[in-house]
Design a protein around this ligand. Sequence first.
Ligand code: NAG
Ligand code: NAG
Ligand code: NAG
Ligand code: NAG
Ligand code: NAG
Ligand code: NAG
Ligand code: NAG
Length: 524
Amino acid sequence: MPSTRCVIIIFLVHLYSVSYGADILAILPTPSYSHQIPFRPLWKALAARGHNITLVTSDPERNASIKNIKEIDISYGYEYIDKYKCIELACNDSVSLIDVGRAIRLATADINERFLKSPEGQNLIHNKDNHFDLLIVEALLIDMMAFSWKYKIPFIGVSSLDCSTQFHDSAGNPTHPVVNPDPNLEIQDLNDMSFGERLASFLFSATYKLLVYYLTYRKEYAMLQKYFGDDLPRLFDIQNEISMLFVATNPVFHNVRALMPNTITIGNGMHISSPKPLPKDIEEWLNSSKEDVVYFSLGSNIKGSILNDSTKAELTKAFSSLPYKVLWKIDHQVNDLPENVLIKKWLPQQDILRHPKVKVFITQGGLQSMQESIYFDKPMIGIPFFGDQHMNVKRMTHLGYGVKVHKNNITRESISEAVIEVITNPIYREKAEIYGNIFRDTDIPNVDKAVWWTEYTLRHNGTRQFRNPALDMPFWKYWMLDVLGIVFGVLFIFSYLSLKFVKLILRRIFRRNGKQIDKSKKWN
Ligand SMILES: *[C@@H]1O[C@H](CO)[C@@H](O)[C@H](O)[C@H]1NC(C)=O
Ligand SMILES: *[C@@H]1O[C@H](CO)[C@@H](O)[C@H](O)[C@H]1NC(C)=O
Ligand SMILES: *[C@@H]1O[C@H](CO)[C@@H](O)[C@H](O)[C@H]1NC(C)=O
Ligand SMILES: *[C@@H]1O[C@H](CO)[C@@H](O)[C@H](O)[C@H]1NC(C)=O
Ligand SMILES: *[C@@H]1O[C@H](CO)[C@@H](O)[C@H](O)[C@H]1NC(C)=O
Ligand SMILES: *[C@@H]1O[C@H](CO)[C@@H](O)[C@H](O)[C@H]1NC(C)=O
Ligand SMILES: *[C@@H]1O[C@H](CO)[C@@H](O)[C@H](O)[C@H]1NC(C)=O
């Protein structure tokens, strides 16, 4: 009955593709361009499939011609990052990770509270006419996950980096401090950690969890209760209801880790778009260049003001000594600019990196920048400043597609040596090609994968079927303390009794031998 089958197939295709229009609430509160743009293609793809997206974002695109996406602008978040000096503290070696963490927590708590207080936030909490089927929320902070409880809908956590430990925990992914240490730690060799590093990683992981669960979550809970009401469940319980986790990891940039089926990787540079023409002046400058070109940008968070005047002077001296041209993205005045250097406040980075004249990218080691560089097979010079940048650059030097310059060692010599090394020694270019091939080689485009799993979550109203049973076990069961207790107990009793028995036998033998020896002594 081929015609019936045909009808069924058409029916199924219809059911799983066209007929489906859901209302999705997406909240990405982190005020950072690189936390926002990787997901733009996902919102657009979901919208194109007929879903309505309400997007709370610090970087709205404000493009009226994009249908089905309603943006709620929380760009005021950037004010709090400045107010608490988050970036300055994170870049300052004499400030501890705990103090950096505190500044970030204070800033994000202010941002979240300002949003919940705002008319848009109040509408989301109180307007009974709102309807949502799914929440998508950044897997970095817990607060906004409360909306999944509010609307009784499942939620997906997304992360433009590897995500925070607590959300790997909640998805049931192992967070083993020796196999997958926190990206904030600087480990010499991830595959062969020293005892000191393993101890440090264990202590870091334990302290992190204690601080998050017993300090941060308590404070956040008290704040959230003001807005969501006293019957809000414990944040720990909300977090553990996570349906899916989309993390931007890739073996080119991260140590591989064990993941549950509710976790998918979208680390193939989902935001990398098709080529666009370069601005005329830059294209002419690049095309007319007889020399190779160095591209230098420290990303959107490391502002020109973070570099002091002497560092900027060292950079210009280094660049002027090079037999190459340098394209420098900096939002700041630079004095005594050499002739071979062109500076711009903003540059279309992907299309710059795509240009064949560009041979090396000097980067702060932010994940999105590095993804773009490796996508176009360009080796890098990493100058990590904070966060995961250290680990990303470490992975790069370990795999060999670039070199590192320490941020306190930005000198005329170190920069020019690094540039000449990476451009003239072909090994970096070769490695960049090898890892570029691995990076681009994926089963299905990451946007399609993310869309499919989003709709999967919608179809089944969550993914309880993937829940790791470990999440519902008390810790003594998970660590098998009772089982190990019995096993070691029995072993101990058995060894103890055996020892007693052997001692008894030996004592008898020795007693008899002793008498014989005594006798033999007499014979001599
Ligand atoms: C999406 O929004 C449009 C305009 O507000 C509305 O007409 C449509 O019914 C909505 N679709 C869904 C699936 O809610
Ligand atoms: C706005 O979106 C439309 C449709 O996706 C696109 O063609 C256009 O280039 C966008 N405009 C800007 C300024 O990005
Ligand atoms: C780094 O922090 C120390 C101590 O907290 C402070 O004295 C110093 O001025 C800071 N450095 C910069 C560059 O901000
Ligand atoms: C969907 O799942 C949520 C929990 O994530 C639950 O509260 C809600 O009742 C479910 N809705 C339906 C229609 O089954
Ligand atoms: C500049 O160079 C690029 C890459 O070689 C090429 O695709 C482009 O057409 C050139 N543009 C002009 C204006 O010559
Ligand atoms: C400028 O910054 C560099 C790197 O952080 C530091 O080593 C140097 O001492 C600073 N110079 C001045 C004059 O502050
Ligand atoms: C600073 O850079 C120079 C290369 O110019 C290198 O020899 C030196 O080891 C570096 N120092 C540190 C502390 O990294």
